[in-house]
Design a protein around this ligand. Structure first.
Ligand code: ADP
Ligand code: 5GP
Length: 186
């Protein structure tokens, strides 16, 4: 990919607050564009096709993988997730900044394919607080929460692979740190 624009990857365990931080960041920095992923997961209440995700079935997803339509992809907690290549490519080539909010396996693929990408890992204050957040979101079954927590431990063990780590304890503080990482004058 021609690297004119910036590619920013935000990773961290499910429930840590990635979506919340990204939403705030996008409101404050209109020049950042969030990539909309494809998933085989069912929509949660309130999720909108094309805004939160493109919801597809497994055979369509596998076809996208076969056709090389995805920049990266992974299976997470029983579902497939992937980043459509073309929209990201178009923006980066146009010199725009694109944000990917993805899990660990996908982040590693981006590191291979696009080493210039800036990679940020969001840590929870503790596993107990992570579990509390997953439960308080109230959108996943007990079984899905258990799968996400198991995977969270694996993701946290890989945090040191990332360029930057920050703890999402107080939201405003975490947002400030994220802005410092992304927009620090060097
Ligand atoms: P992710 O996108 O990483 O799965 P979400 O952004 O959906 O996580 O956040 C999970 C839950 O935690 C949500 O209910 C959200 O409101 C809450 N949350 C996010 N950040 C914080 C924070 N700093 N302090 C307390 N609760 C938070
Ligand atoms: P959720 O089901 O909570 O929306 O997302 C589950 C996990 O999948 C989160 O860690 C989220 O960051 C990740 N994810 C969302 N979209 C993508 C994607 O396109 N690729 C990869 N690899 N992970 C994604």
């Amino acid at each position: 990919m021609v690297s004119k624009g910036r590619l920013i990857v935000i990773t961290g365990p499910s429930g840590v607050g990635k979506g919340t931080l990204v939403r705030e960041l996008l409101q404050r920095h209109r020049e950042l564009h969030l990539s909309v992923s494809v998933t085989t997961r069912s929509p949660r209440p309130g999720e909108v096709e094309g805004k939160h995700y493109y919801f597809v079935d497994r055979s369509r997803f596998e076809e996208m993988v076969q056709n090389g339509e995805l920049l990266e992809w992974a299976e997470f907690a029983g579902n497939y997730y992937g980043t459509p290549l073309y929209p990201v490519q178009k923006r980066i080539e146009a010199g725009e900044s694109v944000l990917l909010e993805i899990e660990l396996i996908g982040a590693r693929q981006i590191r291979e394919r696009f080493p210039q990408a800036q990679q940020i890992f969001i840590q929870p204050p503790s596993m107990l607080e992570l579990e509390r957040r997953l439960r308080s979101r109230g959108q996943d079954s007990d079984e899905a929460i258990a799968r996400r927590l198991k995977r969270a431990a694996e993701e946290i063990n890989a945090a040191q692979e990332f360029d930057f780590e920050l703890v999402n304890d107080d939201l405003d503080e975490a947002l400030k740190q994220l802005e410092n990482v992304l927009f620090a004058v060097v």
